[in-house]
Design a protein around this ligand. Sequence first.
Ligand code: PLP
Length: 428
Amino acid sequence: MADKKLRFETRQIHSGYHIDQTGSRGVAIYPTAAYHFRDCDHAARLFELSEGGNIYTRLQNPTSSAYEERIAALYDAAGALAVSSGMSAILLTITSLAEKGQNIVTSPFLYGGTYNQFKISLRKLGIECRIAQHDSIEAMEALIDENTRAVYVESMGNPTCDVPDLERVAEMAHRHDVPFVVDNTFGAGGYLCNPFEWGADIVLESATKWINGHGTAMGGVIIDGGRYDWGNGKFPQIDGPSEGYHGLNLYKAFGPAAFVVKCRVDGLRDLGCCPSSFDSYLMLIGLETLSLRVDHEVRSAWRLAEYCRNHPKVRRVSFVGFEDHAGHVNAKKYFRHGSSSVFTIELEGTLDTTIKFVESLKLFAHMTMIGDSISVVTHPASTTHKQLSDEDKIAAGVTPTLLRISMGLENVEDLIDDFEQAFAAIDR
Ligand SMILES: Cc1ncc(COP(=O)(O)O)c(C=O)c1O
């Protein structure tokens, strides 16, 4: 039965799993760096990409291939590439699209690490990241010019949970003949949101979060929707003679999956940010329970967010599930299954009160993490967004008393009790 016909919950277990000669239920972990060639001709064909197969784990690995196949199936996409972290997924994507002198246009609601990569590291490579004042179509469109090679947003911004109008941003990007790239970390492997359904061309994700789901490995994925026309003259690195492969045209050779092939054969080969087979195995295990975990976490988020909304020591609850959230309408349209297991609260009081609250929590882990089986509280102003200037913090919605909450798999009543005792501790 084709994977496409199977529902998400079935694909998360079956896709990418092929019974091997041992009959093993588990996908095998291949802890190897290199692979035997049959003969010199075979090796040459692999190296010139005229035959597919394993060469060296920096380029591909059978455990990672199973994981990539499962991710592509979950997104109903042309192909996927596993990399060593979410940050490397972003780096490979952008450097495969834009070169020195070119630019990308992005929404301002970005994860702090992405913001730094865009503003500092990519600038040093000569790629300009034009960060719009806000995520309206007009603000982003005004920054596009003939050197723009991508429009970039997060499907749900970190930490504010802002949700851009994905369908309209896609239309705008395509009007300018530019691919639309979405960081779908909050879309949880496509379970809560699949941006390809709304016009995205390339989706990437920090697999460290919901895909792994247990905080046990770092990873990133790049997924190719397979619909973008790379033959529009803007991407000679994809539809043109490849410098690294004796003039091979990747678009003509690999068709709809040309972009992930480009990220693999040039990006991974040259930058080296490949995953280990063990980490890919952990991702496969995580994926098997993805929808179950997310459903539980989202239900708990609703419950704790309601509790916080009625608490006198909470100034504001910012949860996309609630109608007063700026992203609510878009979240309802673009996200399924209750939208999100992450929300933010702003406490009454000061930075000191907020620190006391965080340090009094006993069950919530004080970490910078989301999508973990353990519930997490994060103070963005002192952690994920610390490097930003005060002005940039305000633009990103990060105030001194803001806390980001990511719900885990515990019993939510215990988590509410934990909040209760930490609120009581503020006054002591
Ligand atoms: C939205 C988003 N994108 C990218 C990243 C970076 O991913 P990683 O930590 O796996 O490198 C994160 C990390 O929190 C994130 O939240």
